[in-house]
Ligand binder design. Structure first.
Ligand code: SF4
Length: 352
């Protein structure tokens, strides 16, 4: 049964038929620690007859979330180590993250910022803190790109988004504004003319990195939202997390990447899952991930290829961890593998 409103409690999970009454207490123990929200659009995609449904797996709490392994950490990608002022993460020279809000329309069970988001999380930046963040961006002329993330920045009202974009418009050295969001997929109705006009009000180039992990997420409503955004001149990229039980097979990944491209969303990042607390049941080994990515290379168009990325724990940034298809030989030449696994020689460069 679809509730037509976001599910935010264990009682509502029972009412919607997503958990059994007998599981209420064990699930409640999870939701006391980690936020719960499932948007009506995502709820409507869940197949109750499939105990391994990949949409349910992403959003319905699981008692295994209370098991934290020794390698897991509250701040897996080291945001705090690079936060000079509240709301800003300045990890790379030419860009910053601006985390204005720590609320999302859905809470992903594998979230890398799960200790920061939700009703008990870091909340929304107060007006003075937001202005201090803009002041930081203004005083650092090397910042070329501002990445609005969170939480999900597109939960903010068009009025607040417009105010933020107009403030960014005053900072000449910022040329690119990028949003990291799940909204076009999980709450596509938000992507209306008012929101799009607000995003465009800064006069900068606007990019949206859309987070989706399974091809079923790219349904009709999501397709409509992407179409409205791209038609308005916003460039869309994808970001997905490689998740056990959700998209850890070549067919699903290929269908997901093709769905992105068919909707003018260029595949960008396929993230190895971060070491967030209570998420070990989602993690594959890096070797398994490399095999999947190599198989993807032999399966689908170059347009559909994402880069397989690891955020190095501790805040050291992203590393491309796709297995290399070339190996240097002692004579200065190379061995190159093709997508079928065949190995070929490439000659050394002649001396100048
Ligand atoms: S939408 Fe992003 S920030 Fe929010 S819970 Fe999911 S992964 Fe975390």
């Amino acid at each position: 049964m679809t509730l037509h409103r976001a599910i935010k409690s264990t009682d509502e999970l029972v009412e919607a038929g997503l958990i059994e009454v007998g599981d209420r207490d064990s699930i409640a123990a999870v939701t006391q620690k980690y936020a719960l929200s499932i948007s009506p659009t995502m709820e409507s995609l869940i197949n109750r007859d499939d105990p391994n449904d990949p949409i349910a797996r992403q959003f319905v709490p699981d008692p295994r979330e209370l098991v934290t392994t020794p390698d897991e950490r509250a701040d897996p990608i080291g945001d705090l180590a690079h936060s000079p002022v509240e709301g800003i993460v300045h990890r790379y020279p030419d860009r910053v993250l601006l985390k204005a809000v720590h609320v999302c329309p859905v809470y992903c069970r594998f979230c890398f910022r799960r200790e920061m988001v939700g009703p008990q999380g870091l909340g929304t930046l107060a007006p003075e803190a937001l202005e201090a963040a803009f002041g930081y961006i203004e005083s650092h002329t090397e910042i070329w790109e501002v990445i609005l993330t969170g939480g999900d920045p597109l939960v903010l009202s068009p009025r607040r988004l417009r105010a933020m974009m107009e403030r960014l418009a005053q900072i000449a050295h910022v040329k690119i504004v990028r949003f990291h969001t799940r909204v076009p997929v999980v709450e596509p109705e938000r992507c209306d003319a008012e929101l799009i006009a607000a995003l465009k009000s800064c006069g900068k180039q606007v990019y949206i990195a859309l987070h989706a992990n399974h091809p079923r997420e790219m349904g009709e409503a999501a397709q409509g939202a992407c179409s409205r955004l791209v038609d308005a001149g916003i460039v869309m990229l994808s970001q997905s997390v490689l998740l056990r039980g959700v998209n850890d097979d070549v067919e699903t990944l290929a269908a997901l990447m093709r769905a992105f491209v068919e909707n003018r969303v260029k595949p960008y990042y396929l993230n190895h899952p971060d070491l967030a607390p209570g998420t070990s049941h989602f993690r594959l080994s890096i070797e398994e991930g490399q095999k999947l990515v190599a198989a993807l290379r032999g399966t689908i168009s170059g347009l559909c290829q994402p880069t397989y990325i690891l955020d190095i724990p501790g805040g050291y940034g992203k590393a491309d961890i796709g297995a290399s298809s070339i190996e240097a030989l002692p004579d200065g030449g190379y061995e190159v593998s093709d997508f079928r696994g065949g190995v070929h020689q490439y000659p050394p460069n002649p001396s100048p």
